[in-house]
Design a protein around this ligand. Sequence first.
Ligand SMILES: Nc1ncnc2c1ncn2[C@@H]1O[C@H](COP(=O)(O)OP(=O)(O)OP(=O)(O)O)[C@@H](O)[C@H]1O
Ligand SMILES: [Mg+2]
Length: 235
Amino acid sequence: MALITVKDLALAYEGHVVASDITFEVNEGDYLCIIGENGSGKTTLMKALLGLMKIHSGSITFGDGLSQTQIGYMPQRTDIQKDFPASCKEVVLSGTLGNGKFRPFYSKADKQRAQKNIELLGIESFQNRSFQDLSGGQQQRVLLARALCATEKLILLDEPVTGLDPLVTAEMYSIIKELNEKHGITVIMISHDIAGAIDAASHVLHLHHKPLFFGKKQDYLLADVGKDFLGGEAK
Ligand SMILES: Nc1ncnc2c1ncn2[C@@H]1O[C@H](COP(=O)(O)OP(=O)(O)OP(=O)(O)O)[C@@H](O)[C@H]1O
Ligand SMILES: [Mg+2]
């Protein structure tokens, strides 16, 4: 069984459908890249996968031992997050609270988990600095470490390279690729930087295009929708 199976899903805000006919599945070890124009429902889809919004119709099923509370999530960057008044260490540690259980303090296991991800993302040198004083690329690495504290299986990344320069973007992609290939973490990533983003991807889901495209990256590159959208940028 797949980790996630989405069938004929439609999502709506107050009865107004913003995305529909979404069907795809994610298997262990996959690296799915979600692309689509602004407002096509990419972030909304991630929120539905996380159970943060009600399904209008269709279904989302979890399998292979995955439960909805075991998903790591790196949200689309907002101004609020940029000014988060806490140390990097605290931001990373707060990721361990994502399992829905109420706990008034962090356990030793939480702290060890945070430290492990701080090391994995190579952010030890600035872990005690204030999050809001870091560069965009450093902040993104802290937020990725935070998301990893919630999961060992599946991570959702909403535009992880937005606002980063080309060098830091490449660095971020290489970290994500390593998480997928070396650490066996399944990745679902939204990105506008299509050519760069799908380089390491195994599958592509293209929203907003009717019929919606879902399939292996190689097939996307050969399909008309892929050719049109990439405009010769494909690698
Ligand atoms: N809280 C909300 N209430 C009502 N409508 C919303 C809400 N959030 C998003 N929408 C609408 O739903 C649609 C899909 O939004 P969503 O944020 O999922 O798009 P997106 O594909 O992530 O876009 P972007 O590339 O700009 O991040 C848009 O038309 C948006 O205006
Ligand atoms: Mg979005």
